[in-house]
Design a protein around this ligand. Sequence first.
Ligand SMILES: [Zn+2]
Length: 136
Amino acid sequence: MSHSCSTIVFTCIDFRFQKSIHAWLESQHLIGDHDRVGIAGGVLNITTPADEHNRALLLKQIEIAHNLHHIQKVILINHEDCGAYGGKGACEGDEQEYAKHESELKQAGEYIKQTFPDLAIETYFATLNGVVEKVD
Ligand SMILES: [Zn+2]
């Protein structure tokens, strides 16, 4: 087996989403073809990290995946009712919650692009009903 893979995937640690995210990764033929990082809050650690070390830690994971495993893509997955964002209670409804994560994912992608302009960035939003949808 070659020591390379196509993608690094960032998700929140939230256990409620791991099964559907795994199934989605399988549907994308990414099982055995991605590096995986789980951190509470997902891209919040890039956009507005509570601890600046978290942002550096995440960028380091991309750097390692890039240099060691020759990845070409970064997949960022945020999710519904994320406690790090204050959960559903912090938003006025599903639309506002989605818009918040859409903005966060876009901002995180742009931030990563500054350091890794050659990597493709894809963003997704995982819902409590098991859907992982693309965010453009
Ligand atoms: Zn979360």
